[in-house]
Design a protein around this ligand. Structure first.
Ligand SMILES: [Zn+2]
Length: 165
């Protein structure tokens, strides 16, 4: 999944045939707190999205739909892992770190796109284009990264945890 963001950069100069699929998935999964052992059922709804490089065909759209479903399953797993425990209020540290780094990859992709803008601005201002690109990439990554991470936590906190006791 991470390679997708990097891939779009190298394709930026070409004409791309892309199949995009989106799914919305509702699921009830098991939640278990890693700190206090609290267990419950969790009702999660997520959106999955996938893009594959292919010219439109039935196979391509089926493949994209499958990839979107896999993405949705991953999102469910992540959201349940990130939910804070209703009993002890703790959030799993490992799940938090995974979510944070995954979003760094995504945000860095946005930073790379921004660096092209930085190159353009640097040209206009007669500044060093590499410095302009670097500043734009770092600034956008630094802005987008915490934003995406906080959005993931907010989504996890909207999960309904239903106690089994
Ligand atoms: Zn707990």
């Amino acid at each position: 999944m991470r390679a997708r963001g990097c891939g779009s950069y190298s394709h930026a100069m070409h004409v791309r045939a892309v199949q995009v699929a989106k799914v919305t998935m509702h699921d009830v999964v098991d939640y278990r707190c890693t700190s206090c052992g609290f267990r419950s059922k969790a009702a999660v709804s997520v959106r999955g999205r996938a893009e594959i490089d292919a010219w439109p065909s039935r196979q391509a759209s089926e493949l994209a739909a499958l990839a979107a479903e896999i993405d949705a399953h991953r999102a469910i797993e992540e959201a349940v892992g990130l939910a804070s425990c209703p009993s002890c209020r703790k959030r799993d540290g490992a799940a938090r770190r995974r979510a944070l780094w995954r979003r760094f990859g995504m945000s860095f992709g946005a930073g790379v796109v921004a660096s092209i803008g930085g190159l353009f601005v640097a040209g206009k201002l007669d500044a060093n284009p590499l410095v302009g690109m670097a500043i734009a990439a770092v600034a956008v990554t630094a802005l987008v990264w915490p934003l995406r991470y906080r959005r993931a936590l907010a989504h996890a906190d909207r999960i309904e945890l239903v106690s089994q006791s």
